[in-house]
Design a protein around this ligand. Structure first.
Ligand SMILES: Nc1ncnc2c1ncn2[C@@H]1O[C@H](COP(=O)(O)OP(=O)(O)OP(=O)(O)O)[C@@H](O)[C@H]1O
Ligand SMILES: [Mg+2]
Length: 388
């Protein structure tokens, strides 16, 4: 969504921008100084969805009426010292949607903007399409959650042309970026949290490491001193913004559940707990699944992954399903050498070795989440995979 603010001074612009950005983190907000004159010329072809005019007076209303005739799709909000019934009537007749008093607080301004976006959603029938949020977490340290999250994200982007953001929420020991790249991330979650008041889509994009076309990683904080800069609300805002701009938002979560992880697990479309087929993993996996049940997550939201699977172990897949009283969604083969080489070099496994069983598994898993039309448009995943 594009929001344009016409104002007379930068402090007012900042006040309005902040209120609007908090409600619409995905919005592109720009400001121009407005000293009267013909409104369409001021808008200058930039076609915003919402126009906010600060310090609006009766003198503006003619220009606003002309603008709303030329561009009826723009929602116009006036901030005005004049709140007389006569001014309000005139403003509404000129095509204005909301008039907010000049002395309105931050909250009152936000409330007006919320009413406006609710009206827009009603009119257009829906909000902007949102990307899917996938949360990976290990049931016990070393299950392979980070490895699978990072490599699955890579495959969704490179095999299926989806825009994917991987966000490393292991605040203390996050290393997801290093699993898929040797480059140093331009920024990280802590630095982004410090600038949360100016967060928008371009700041988010600039903070991420571009690993491949369409694949971006927001790295974990690189310095433990900055952990406290990352608050729950920041993560919530970042994930909400990311899902508006990426087809898939893949989250690598820390092992221990805390307030932050529970909050993102609530909003996730799917949760992938990663375990292995040995008793300590199974024990911890069972505990984790019990927690999910107590949180009333639907079973369809939880997709258990058994990683590093090898036939002939003491504990079978059936045993595991009985133990967890649930289904296993995915079984990832063990491929120690290829996985270790990929991790050590910081090269995604599907790039280093497309024919490795793990790569083949990830490519097939990704296919489930990509609509058939996209596959057909790409010439068919099957032919693409096997023609290389
Ligand atoms: N399918 C696999 N086959 C062989 N090795 C694997 C496989 N999956 C992951 N690994 C190896 O397991 C190691 C540990 O994985 P990873 O760091 O992703 O675990 P984690 O669950 O994120 O652990 P932590 O809880 O410490 O964050 C990786 O370095 C990788 O080499
Ligand atoms: Mg990890």
């Amino acid at each position: 969504m594009k929001i344009k603010v016409l104002h007379n001074n930068s402090a007012r612009f900042e006040f309005i921008r902040r209120a609007a950005a908090e409600k619409n983190p995905a919005a592109e907000i720009s400001g121009s100084v407005f000293a009267g004159g013909a409104m369409p010329a001021v808008i200058n072809g930039s076609a915003p969805d919402v126009l906010i005019v600060d310090e609006a007076t009766r003198g503006c209303l003619d220009a606003i009426e002309s603008l709303s005739l030329v561009s009826p799709g723009i929602d116009i909000v006036l901030i005005s010292a004049d709140t007389s019934a006569e001014f309000l009537m005139h403003a509404m007749r000129s095509g204005v949607r909301e008039v907010v008093p000049s002395n309105a607080s931050h909250d009152a301004l936000q409330a007006a903007l919320t009413r406006l976006s609710q009206k827009r959603i009603k009119q257009t029938g829906s909000a902007a399409p949102e990307g899917k949020v996938f949360a990976f977490l290990s049931c016990k340290g070393g299950s392979g959650a980070t490895f699978l999250a990072a490599n699955f994200a890579y495959v969704l982007a490179t095999e299926y042309g989806k825009r994917v953001a991987l966000i490393d929420l292991n605040l203390q020991f996050g290393d997801a970026a290093m699993f898929v790249s040797e480059s140093h991330p331009p920024s990280n979650l802590a630095e982004l949290s410090q600038q949360i008041h100016r967060l928008d889509a371009s700041l988010l994009a600039a903070s991420m490491l571009e690993v491949a076309p369409n694949f971006f990683v927001l790295a974990a904080p690189d310095n433990p001193d900055h952990l406290t800069d990352v608050q729950r609300e920041h993560i919530d805002t970042i994930v909400r913004l990311a899902r508006l701009h990426y087809d898939f938002v893949v989250l690598d979560l820390p092992r221990s559940l805390n307030g932050v992880s529970l909050q993102v697990l609530d909003v996730a479309d799917m949760i992938f707990p990663v375990m292995q087929l040995t008793l300590p993993f199974v024990r911890d996996g069972k505990r984790l699944l019990t927690i999910f049940r107590s949180l009333d997550y639907p079973r369809s939201k939880i997709k258990v992954i058994v990683n590093r699977y090898e036939k002939g172990g003491e504990f079978t897949l059936d045993d595991l399903e009985k133990a967890i009283d649930g289904r296993i969604a995915y079984v990832v083969p063990n491929s120690y050498r290829a996985a270790a080489a990929s991790v050590n070099l910081g090269i995604p496994i599907a790039k280093a070795n497309r024919n490795d069983p793990i790569s083949k598994f990830l490519i097939e898993m990704g296919r489930e989440f990509v609509p058939e039309e996209t596959l057909a448009a790409n010439g068919g995943w099957f032919s693409r995979i096997f023609s290389r």
